[in-house]
Design a protein around this ligand. Structure first.
Ligand code: ATP
Length: 237
């Protein structure tokens, strides 16, 4: 059996003495779209930041068959990990295209040129708005730009922290459609979401996180049928 692309084993994360992620294990297989759903404050952002190397964690984080637990952020990026943070963190006073180019700063000029054209063909809205300042984009466009910028680094695993946040349902569908489209290019995706319904529609496999721990995992269809979860996260009916 080949190892999963991302193999998180018994990871715990604390802020000072307060442990907020407890003994979490999860896997993302090559080419899969995996979601972690959970309420506000469940520890999802903390977990992603630990995988990325922004926070110290106990336990083992395996990526592409290597233990990257004690590897610095910079090297995790080089290995192909990439995080689109919840706040999207764009350069508001810079044009769309310049934001994209910054995402590919490690690449050669030629690579950036090809990658940006690929991104424009998948996200034509960004091409239309290439000279517009990022700060003047709509919420959905900003999320697309944040994703486009991450893709400029040509990641192996794209991690997204609540891409649906603040977006109208129709725009959420557009953004999630882009994720399913991206998966066909071979990028693996770890999607952290409070919007369980939308996330379960696109995922291949799902984990439920509650109070810092994984309390359930399975196919999105199984998770969507769990009566307790339906009540807590999916709304009745
Ligand atoms: P949200 O969807 O609201 O972002 P989340 O599931 O991503 O929630 P986290 O942001 O990881 O949850 O937060 C988990 C817990 O850790 C919360 O109780 C939060 O208050 C706490 N926490 C987050 N950041 C810090 C910090 N820098 N210092 C101390 N506690 C923190």
């Amino acid at each position: 059996m080949t190892a999963a692309l991302l193999d998180v084993q018994n990871v715990s994360v604390a802020y000072g003495r307060a442990e907020v992620v407890h003994d979490v294990s999860l896997k993302v297989e090559q080419g899969a779209l995996v979601t972690v759903i959970g309420a506000n404050g469940a520890g999802k952002t903390t977990l992603l930041n630990a995988i990325m190397g922004l926070l110290k964690a106990r336990g083992r984080i395996g990526f592409r068959g290597e233990d990257v637990s004690s590897v610095m952020l910079e090297s995790r990026v080089k290995a192909g990990l990439c995080l689109v943070p919840e706040r999207r963190e764009l350069f508001a006073d810079m044009a769309v295209e310049d934001n994209l180019l910054l995402g590919g700063f490690r690449r050669s000029r030629a690579e950036r040129k090809t990658t940006i054209e690929e991104i424009y063909s998948r996200l034509p809205r960004l091409k239309e708005r290439r000279v517009q300042l990022a700060g003047t984009l709509s919420g959905g466009e900003r999320q697309m730009l944040a994703m486009g910028r991450a893709l400029m680094a040509r990641p192996t695993l794209l991690m997204l922290d609540e891409p649906s946040l603040g977006l109208a349902p129709r725009i959420v569908r557009d953004v999630f459609h882009i994720l399913t489209d991206l998966r066909t290019t071979g990028v693996s995706i770890l999607l952290v979401e409070q919007n369980a319904r939308a996330a379960l529609e696109v995922a291949d496999y799902a984990y439920v996180m509650e109070l810092g721990a994984i309390t359930k995992q399975g196919s999105p269809a199984d998770i969507a049928q769990d009566p307790r979860l339906v009540e807590s996260y999916l709304g009745l009916g």
